[in-house]
Design a protein around this ligand. Structure first.
Ligand code: UD1
Ligand code: CA
Length: 451
């Protein structure tokens, strides 16, 4: 296969986001938009990925350096249009001889199949492949102008278009593929003599046609190429992603009582025969195995839930929570960086942090793993089959032995040995008749005052 590269344009200012965070770092489905494009590039087999950044966008450059390395950054200074932006990646792609695709840091939801089809057109002999869509409101989009053979003749920007061209509803998504050498040759001839005074990437189609080459358009759904310029469009992209993923999960065998109220992340994995009740949020990094039950109003993030486990209603699983088979985490229980063993239970009002709960252990209502002293975190271990009575504080580092019991209301600061009972609370005393005589005495005092 011809080697592949991607150039991701991310040098725009994104002022309409009204944000101190650069636009391409805003998230859709829990992942920065530019990371969606990087992931897409990888999925279609691009082994070189260059991101074109603006010189002032330090946060974006730092992000790209962390994800792809310094060599993946090309700087566009100053921005002079999309064609100029792609040219800025030329140096970074020096020596690369394969096919390239232009993607965007603010267009996160493009299906890999569409890009594969663009590369397919190149393999089929086209010099340039362009991803287009039927626009509901073509407005300011560039129009894809076809010739009699159904091939692409030109892309005309709305500002430059004639009334007949403006009537065309097949629009340019911006995504374009070409042999890299061809792309840079064509871009060298692009001028900025146009309405915006910019170097248009779109001009390469007309130039390729003049040179006698074939250009082709590949179609996809408008939703798939939604570019984000504002928070309104960010919310639209999010909604579009959620709708699509929910449908895929349903088809794959996940039961969702009210799918429109369930929110997933880009990497959420839910196996078949999982039941997800209404109003559940899956943050990044969650895997739920077949046969688990995620009950209403639960929030999961960075967690793994094994078969037969039950979560919620109203549970919170934070990063590092691992629920083994048939374990149960009930209402108002928070679990962080803690493994909950097979069949173990924490059914009500508890915090399990930095711990390990053995198989079959029972954590009573109101139990807190006191994992933090204001400086460092410490582990709590509860052995297999142990029983921790309600409203106990386990002050870490501490361990409760196998099959041990902790009396309700205990503050446990020392390890409990296997099979033992540990009770650490004030001893109960009783004064017979004390309450009755106290009441009588106080009532008499109050009555005397009223006279
Ligand atoms: C571009 C296309 C248009 C298409 C539309 C789809 C051109 C000339 N026009 O128009 O046909 O319908 O996208 O949304 O390509 N960028 C840079 N550096 C620049 C200019 C732009 O990095 O100098 C980046 C922007 O950050 C943005 C993207 O390229 O992500 C598109 O640029 P924009 O100016 O929004 O192009 P449009 O005018 O919308
Ligand atoms: Ca745009």
């Amino acid at each position: 296969m011809t080697s592949r590269a991607a150039v991701i344009l991310a040098a725009g200012q994104g002022t309409r986001m009204r944000s101190s965070l650069p636009k391409v770092l805003h998230k859709v489905g829990g992942r920065a938009m530019v990371d969606w494009s990087i992931d897409l590039a990888r999925r279609v087999g691009c082994d070189k990925i260059i991101v074109v950044c603006s010189p002032g966008g330090q946060a974006v450059q730092d992000h790209i350096e962390a994800v792809l390395g310094k060599d993946a950054i090309a700087i566009q200074d100053p921005p002079q249009g999309t064609g100029h932006a792609v040219l800025c990646a030329k140096e970074a792609l020096a020596g690369f001889a394969g096919d390239m695709v232009v993607l965007y840091g603010d267009t996160p939801l493009i299906p890999a199949l569409a890009v594969e089809q663009l590369f397919g057109e190149l393999a089929d002999g086209a010099a340039v492949g362009v991803l287009g869509f039927e626009a509901e409101a073509p407005g300011a989009y560039g129009r894809l102008i076809k010739n009699g053979a159904g091939d692409l003749d030109a892309i005309v920007e709305a500002k430059e278009a004639s009334p007949e061209q403006l009537a065309v509803t097949l629009c340019n998504s911006g995504v374009m593929a070409a042999r890299a050498s061809k792309m840079f040759d064509l871009l060298a001839s692009v001028t900025n003599e146009n309405a915006k005074g910019e170097y248009y990437l779109t001009d390469v189609v007309g130039l390729a046609r003049e040179a006698g080459s074939i250009c082709r358009a590949v179609r996809c759904a408008e939703d798939d190429v939604l570019g984000v310029n504002s928070r309104v469009e960010l919310a639209q992209a999010e909604a579009s992603f959620q709708t699509k993923r929910r449908a895929e999960l349903l088809v794959s065998g996940v039961t969702m009582t009210a799918p429109e109220t369930v929110f997933v992340s880009y990497d959420t994995i839910i196996e078949n025969d999982v039941i997800v009740e209404p109003n559940v949020v899956f943050g990044p990094g969650v895997m739920v195995h077949s046969g688990a039950n995620i009950r209403a109003f639960s929030h999961l993030e960075g967690a793994r839930v094994h078969s037969g486990a039950e979560v919620g209603p109203y549970a919170r699983l934070r990063p590092g929570a691992v629920l083994e088979q048939n374990s149960k985490i009930g209402n108002f229980v928070e679990v962080k960086k803690t493994r909950v063993g097979k069949g173990a239970k924490a059914n009500h009002l508890a915090y399990l942090g930095d711990g390990d709960v053995g198989d079959g252990a029972n954590i009573g209502a109101g139990t807190i793993f006191c994992n933090y002293d204001g400086f460092l975190k410490y582990p709590t271990k509860v052995g297999k089959g142990a029983f921790v009575g309600s409203n106990s504080s386990l002050v870490a580092p501490v361990s409760i032995g196998e099959n041990a019991m902790v009396g309700s209301g205990s503050v446990i600061t020392k390890d409990v040995e296997a099979g033992a009972l540990s009770v650490a609370r004030g001893r109960q005393m009783q004064k017979s008749g004390w309450a009755t005589s106290f009441r009588d005495k106080m009532a008499a005092i109050k009555a005397a005052k009223k006279k």
